[in-house]
Design a protein around this ligand. Structure first.
Ligand code: ACO
Length: 384
């Protein structure tokens, strides 16, 4: 009798693990919608909090609902003093994603709802985490330089508070706030990516929201996922000038030695629609700043790749991380803080997925094919 053939879905490509009402990622057409709304429309018009409300409630808020959510997030954005004390004790050269992971894990100890799993408690925790993660991402670059962190303001949006808490300047620059808001809207949610899957896997064992988000931050840190925005900027800096792009491409990419960070995607086999929005924003910001050098490096490299047979055959296009690196760099955000900014945007998507998983849970427990040795007899240690 022949054994039934086992199909291994390595990397789980194309495996549908559940249903969601949160977002649709159509990789063939390069289309992304959040709960029915096109990402291009949301990027052009929405406040980050409007998108958060949309994901959490399945519809857009009216003015009063939006103001209520904004105010709740702002009122819960303060970092507990014990967590700030811990942050001040960390080595200043710590990886910022490790810092964020540690801090979010510790926030659980100061959240009265951390072990309460009701839908209401999960909503309260999601509100707190949305504000607190942005405060942490703003605080760390100050703390590591020996500066005091800045408390969030009750009358600000998440994007305003982030820029204000990072720079200490009130009112924060409108140009920076608008760009951060758009960046956050674009990165809020994205189907069953690695960190969202991690969120749902942890939620599926009926563990708590802080554990789930701590795990998600750990998986976002990797250079094949959220870490690619920092890696992309380091690559542009290494190239140094638009004049060096072609030589760099020939030496590093044509030889197959390296990958272009910020290019390629497991799902998109067409242009990532978020990259198109970010490219425009990156160009406008770069021109307004009077320094287009980095935008030109990125754009020239993307054009070279898009004209190259290797990239054409494999449908490799810039992803969200590629031009977002230029946007954030032009805003003077430290390069190693780019991935934490991704986390502070995706927190709304992660918490929405946590609650969706909790509402219709099934323990995530796939199988694995054993390819180790057949049963062996035990050998006492003195005979080995
Ligand atoms: N540069 C050069 N070649 C690439 C790149 C790249 N950026 N990305 C993929 N390829 C090539 C691979 O070498 C492979 O070639 P082969 O078929 O000859 O072996 C082919 O394209 C397919 O690549 P895979 O790694 O199998 O594709 P996968 O779907 O697993 O990859 C991934 C997606 C991991 C994002 C990949 O494109 C990559 O490493 N990109 C760079 C890192 C990056 O930008 N990550 C961010 C993703 S977006 C996000 O998570 C927010």
């Amino acid at each position: 009798m022949t054994e039934p053939q086992v199909v291994i879905h390595k990397g789980l490509d194309g495996v549908i693990v559940d249903e969601t009402k949160l977002s649709l990622v159509n990789g063939t057409e390069g289309r992304l919608i959040y709960s029915g709304y096109k990402i291009e429309d949301l990027a052009a018009h929405a406040l980050y909090e409007e998108v958060v409300f949309l994901l959490w409630h399945g519809r857009l808020p009216d003015r009063q609902e939006l103001e209520a959510l904004r105010a709740q997030i702002a009122a819960n954005a303060e970092i507990p003093k014990e967590v700030l004390k811990m942050l001040k004790s960390l080595p200043s050269d710590s990886n910022p994603m490790s810092v964020l992971r540690t801090a979010v894990s510790m926030l659980a100890q100061y959240d009265i709802d951390s072990e309460v799993m009701t839908p209401e408690a999960n909503e309260r925790k999601a509100i707190r985490l949305n504000g607190q993660v942005a405060s942490l991402v703003a605080a760390w670059p100050r703390i590591r330089k020996g500066l005091e962190p800045v408390s969030p303001r009750l009358d600000y949006t998440v994007a305003q508070n982030y820029v204000y808490q990072l720079t200490g300047e009130a009112p924060p620059s409108k140009e920076a706030v608008d760009a951060i808001n758009t960046f956050m809207v674009l990165l809020t949610e994205h189907g069953m990516n690695v960190s969202t899957f991690t969120t749902r896997v942890i939620a599926s064992s009926l563990s708590d929201m802080h554990s789930s988000i701590t795990g998600a931050i750990g998986s976002l840190k990797g250079p094949l996922h959220g870490g690619a925005n920092t890696e992309a900027m380091n690559m542009f800096l290494e190239i140094g000038s638009p004049d060096n792009v072609e030589t760099w491409f020939n030496d590093n990419i044509k030889t197959g030695k390296r990958r272009i960070m910020g290019i390629g995607h497991r799902v998109y086999k067409a242009l990532d629609p978020r990259a198109a929005v970010l490219r425009e924003r990156a160009e406008a910001l770069a021109r307004a700043s009077g320094n287009s050098q980095w935008f030109e490096v990125a754009d020239k490299l993307a054009a070279l790749a898009r004209a190259d047979q290797y990239f054409i055959e494999r449908n490799l296009y810039p992803n969200v991380d590629y031009y977002s690196a230029i946007v954030l760099y032009t805003l003077d955000i430290p390069v190693d803080m780019f991935t934490p900014l991704f986390a502070m945007s995706r927190i709304a998507g992660w918490t929405a997925h946590f609650r969706e998983q909790a509402a219709a849970n099934r323990l995530v427990r796939p199988d694995v094919l054993y390819i180790g040795p057949e049963e062996r007899s035990w050998t006492p240690i003195e005979e080995r």
